[in-house]
Ligand binder design. Structure first.
Ligand SMILES: [Mg+2]
Length: 124
């Protein structure tokens, strides 16, 4: 399993990466710092899941998910955002994210959301 994470803030990069490594030690993580870099990676490499911040320089999370859909790439995309309140939830899902994880990240919530994507079926 390979996961691509797009996040522009160093502290958040560290938090997300540490949590993923604790929850899914077998999963390979590639970290990039904006949507444009993420798109470049997605065009040339295979990933099982994308975790993306919304607010990033050069290309934000909404633009990234739109570009990914426009290219017909099938990778599931999950948003990690501090903005997921009321109407923003619908906006995130409407843009093409399958799920979202709210910041500050609760590791149990993250596990609930990511398990279906990152654990082989039938294994606890
Ligand atoms: Mg950001």
């Amino acid at each position: 399993m390979r996961i691509l994470i797009a996040e522009d803030e160093e502290y958040n990069q560290m938090v997300v990466q540490t949590m993923i490594e604790l929850l899914y030690p077998e999963v390979e993580v590639l970290m990039v710092s904006n949507g444009a870099e993420a798109l470049d990676k997605l065009k040339t490499e295979a990933f099982d899941l994308v975790l993306s911040d919304v607010d990033m320089p050069l290309m934000n999370g909404y633009e990234l998910v739109s570009e990914v859909k426009a290219l017909g790439l099938n990778v599931p995309m999950i948003c990690v955002t501090a903005f997921a309140i009321s109407g923003d939830k619908e906006k995130l899902l409407m843009h093409g994210f399958e799920r979202y994880i709210s910041k500050p990240i609760d590791m149990d919530d993250m596990k609930l959301i990511l398990d279906p994507y990152l654990l082989p079926a039938g294994i606890e």
